[in-house]
Design a protein around this ligand. Sequence first.
Ligand SMILES: Nc1ccn([C@@H]2O[C@H](COP(=O)(O)OP(=O)(O)OP(=O)(O)O)[C@@H](O)[C@H]2O)c(=O)n1
Ligand SMILES: C[C@](O)(CO)[C@H](O)COP(=O)(O)O
Length: 382
Amino acid sequence: MTTAALIVAAGRGIRAGGGLPKQWRLLGDRRVIDWTLEAFRNPCIDHICIVLNPDDTDIWQEFSAAPDIITAQGGSDRASSVRNGLKALQKYSIDKVLIHDAARPCISRSLIENILLSLDTTSAAAPALAVTDALWQGDNEQVIGTQDRSGLFAAQTPQGFDFETILAAHTSHTGTAADDVEVARAAGHPVHIVSGDANNIKITRPQDFARAAEILQIKERDTMDIRLGNGYDVHRFGDGDHVILCGVKIPHDRGLQGHSDADVGMHAVTDAIYGALAQGDIGQHFPPSDPQWKGAASDIFLRHAVRLANEMGYTLSNIDCTLVCEYPKIGPRAEAMRQTMSDILGIEPSRVSVKATTSERLGFTGRKEGIAAIATAALVKA
Ligand SMILES: Nc1ccn([C@@H]2O[C@H](COP(=O)(O)OP(=O)(O)OP(=O)(O)O)[C@@H](O)[C@H]2O)c(=O)n1
Ligand SMILES: C[C@](O)(CO)[C@H](O)COP(=O)(O)O
């Protein structure tokens, strides 16, 4: 009997936040995907196929070079990603396939074996836990009804199938599906429920990383790895009818001069993140001599810094930015600036501070020759 594991890893992990899709983030000293893969790199699995998002170019290179991995391109939803993975496995004469979320890194070898065992006697088997909590309907933070929980189960993966059965079911399925059991059932196939594992959680929200680390018994660091960085920037006034500060366009009788859009606030925040990482400054990553950055929107720089932080295993904790100018008035726009930067940073607005001060008409900011900004960034190792 030839077996395969099909691991879907093409999602963006929006609910988990953190800038980088959850399957590429670190859990201890390894990525989520590495824990998942380890469980499937075992003698009862002959082939492993990983379904990847076309945007994850570095990851494609890594897995295309791995001798024991088959790669397939992800689709716009989980069901289409699975379908593409099944098609990529077609030429390997697979008898049984286990379809698993990359985002479930705590999967145990014994659960994998239990599903495979069930497939000896049935064509579809999947793990689930009987619902033990009471179930309510809610609306607007009010309980508006209760739901009988008897016979209800919370579904998990890996979901196991006869390969040709699930390939045919997925090929003929139209529309989306929460999981492959739904696809199999829509094609008329009964699915056997195998006892799931409470530890086999899916990382869905930010707090699930800590729970997964606990389950995997990843040793907590003796001290937290916290990094602080500061950033400082100045742009002079020149001709123009607006300025852009922390991503917000403000009508003004002068403009700020600079190679990019001269968003002095966003530059200071970007440099604070580079500083925390000891990774130089904006000028190093985006040289002013390079014409492609002329007039560039500064969110490009900030997004790059956030990505670098995530790749180095850090999560942004908070940002504090102070703009130093006599005019324009920042107060009425500070909320919009916080919101704009929190969207780019991938953290809550409550973790982004934008404030302003004048310099009591002293110095170049006091003489209204330009605007200065100073920022602090705090990063923590996830
Ligand atoms: N188009 C998609 C969507 C999801 N997945 C994968 O399906 C699994 C379960 O999906 P979910 O937890 O919903 O992941 P995301 O779609 O990444 O999360 P979110 O909905 O928060 O963006 C994940 O391993 C995810 O990578 C996939 O391969 N292709
Ligand atoms: C397949 C699945 O993991 C079963 O629990 C789940 O349905 C996929 O994730 P989502 O959160 O429902 O998108």
